[in-house]
Design a protein around this ligand. Structure first.
Ligand code: C2E
Ligand code: MG
Ligand code: MG
Ligand code: MG
Length: 262
């Protein structure tokens, strides 16, 4: 009876809460089943070199076709439940296996999103190297994307990334500009690439912010990728400002591996 009363109280104070929690729970169960049942797939979105329009890399993006929910809905639940760890290893292995042929034939690299929870695995570096070994993908063909907050929050783990960089794996800061106001940390991070969040591309590439970010990257000898490039005007302006790469619907939406052409 006490349990029932507790539930009633939650409902009385916030009628939406129980529903949201229940939906979350249901989604978590669905995700676990989907991973066991092989329901996840990957789409790939090209990263284009602005100087010559060549595709130099593709970003692996997780899809759950039968789930009926987008990554922005199910990935936070996977993070919260810890399922992102096995899921992330599945993504890395699949992406590296897919990319081997692209790298050998066209020199195209693959970039894979890594969650903070995955980075915190004690054997993260060893496991990444093992996946490269098993799939036969050269380290130079792999880029790992981590968000600013993950890189900054856990300096000790982040330092381990240096061991991967020594082997030739590159590290990118994803969604750069959205996480932290201080830029000083960038000097000390073991990173190679800044992926500038699409809010900066969308709010006008000639904005002061975009210019400042690109100058900062230049000063730190970091490669730059502008996310969310949707128009020719944006691409032209970015190129003029010295941004190295663009990614966005202008070039291609994320597509299944079979639909890629370089
Ligand atoms: P992200 O890593 O920043 O990936 C870029 C997102 O922007 C993708 O959304 C992509 O479809 C979208 N996008 C690309 N070009 C454009 C554009 O021109 N305009 C607009 N409006 N959007 C564009 P998606 O695939 O829905 O993924 C959302 C986020 O989910 C990703 O953001 C990433 O943080 C996360 N995610 C996706 N796959 C994985 C994964 O395998 N592991 C982890 N940990 N996170 C993932
Ligand atoms: Mg990304
Ligand atoms: Mg991003
Ligand atoms: Mg983004």
């Amino acid at each position: 009876a006490a349990k029932g009363a507790g539930k009633d109280r939650v409902v009385r104070f916030d009628p939406g809460l129980r529903t949201a929690a229940a939906r979350q729970q249901q989604l978590a169960t669905g995700l676990r089943r989907a991973l066991a049942g092989g329901e996840f797939t990957l789409h790939y979105q090209p990263v284009v070199r602005l100087a010559d329009g060549r595709v130099t890399a593709v970003e692996a993006l997780l899809r759950w076709p039968a789930g009926g929910v987008p990554p922005l809905t199910f990935i936070p639940v996977a993070e919260a439940t810890g399922l992102i760890v096995p899921l992330g290893w599945w993504v890395l292995r699949q992406a590296c296996a897919d990319a081997r042929e692209w790298f050998e034939r066209d020199g195209v690299a693959v970039t894979v999103n890594v969650s903070g929870r995955q980075l915190r695995e004690h054997d993260f570096v060893e496991r990444v190297l093992a996946v490269l070994d098993e799939t036969g993908l050269p380290a130079a063909a792999l880029v790992l994307e981590l968000t600013e907050s993950v890189l900054v929050d856990d300096a000790e783990r982040t330092a381990r990334l240096g061991r991967l960089r020594e082997r030739g794996v590159r590290i990118a800061v994803d969604d750069f500009g959205t996480g932290y106001s201080s830029l000083a940390y960038l000097v000390h991070l073991p990173v190679d690439i800044l992926k500038i969040d699409r809010t900066f591309t969308a709010s006008g590439v000639d904005s002061t912010l975009m210019k400042v970010i690109l100058q900062l990257a230049e000063g730190l000898s970091l490669q730059t990728v502008a996310e969310g490039v949707e128009t020719d005007a944006q691409a032209a302006a970015l190129k003029a400002l010295g941004c190295h790469y663009g990614q966005g619907y202008l070039y291609s939406r994320p597509v299944p591996a079979g639909a890629l052409s370089f």
